[in-house]
Design a protein around this ligand. Sequence first.
Ligand SMILES: Nc1ncnc2c1ncn2[C@@H]1O[C@H](COP(=O)(O)OP(=O)(O)OP(=O)(O)O)[C@@H](O)[C@H]1O
Length: 259
Amino acid sequence: MNHKIAFQNVSCIYELNGSSFTAVHDVSLDIADNEFITVVGPSGCGKSTLMNMAAGLLEPSDGRVAVDGKTLTGPGPDRGVIFQQYALFPWLTVRKNVEFGLKVKKLPKDERDRRVNDVLELVGLTKFADAWPKTLSGGMKQRCAIARAYAADPSVLLMDEPFGALDALTRVKMQEQLLDTWTKDKRTVMFITHDVEEAVYLANRVIVMAANPGRIQEIITVDLPYPRTEEIRLSREFADLRNQVWNAVYHHDSKENAS
Ligand SMILES: Nc1ncnc2c1ncn2[C@@H]1O[C@H](COP(=O)(O)OP(=O)(O)OP(=O)(O)O)[C@@H](O)[C@H]1O
């Protein structure tokens, strides 16, 4: 299999006030090219720490993280990062927000225009190209952030609870929209969430983490076809997978807390 991202025996130890805390311990994981993986687990199990190491924002204390076989030494344009906070520039329109990184890269104007138009179309924001961020709903702001990440043409998208601030209905719509975008233009996606249903709905594989120390508890393959229709979401197979992930996350966590 062609591995896009490889975590090899990765650990992360934070030093704080003279004591050390193991946030992630000995994680090994291979993510295939164009695979969509989701990462779930209890609060504090090291999900963001793992993603920050893939983003190159944090260096592992032990082991290595590689993208396309190359050990990471920092952030790079091959990886687009999307956080829960939309991080849009309020003084720029949707179009200018999406264009921003391309200007920094000094791409010629016609190339910038072409790319911005393509990605706005991809996320369904063409009509809102000249709108200001403050006039957009939360879901639209996050679509704009996704468009901006796509515009830079990264082969990897790292998403940390991107829909965490949205209401339940918008969240479901955003999941559909994201899968639609990803199906049209595949990337390797690592998506962190607290929401078990979201984790199953989106993923090829769900990585369930446990805490103290943060580690991989179980990997559950979601053998459901794309597009993930409403019929799939309401199917018996989907419910079984959701229960399986739920048990791996919560029953394991409550057993640990009881002991
Ligand atoms: N800079 C830091 N210094 C010390 N400890 C940290 C630091 N960042 C995170 N931690 C600790 O490491 C552990 C893992 O944190 P991390 O944010 O990766 O977990 P998470 O699974 O993403 O949590 P959540 O779901 O609540 O966002 C937590 O116990 C956290 O308190």
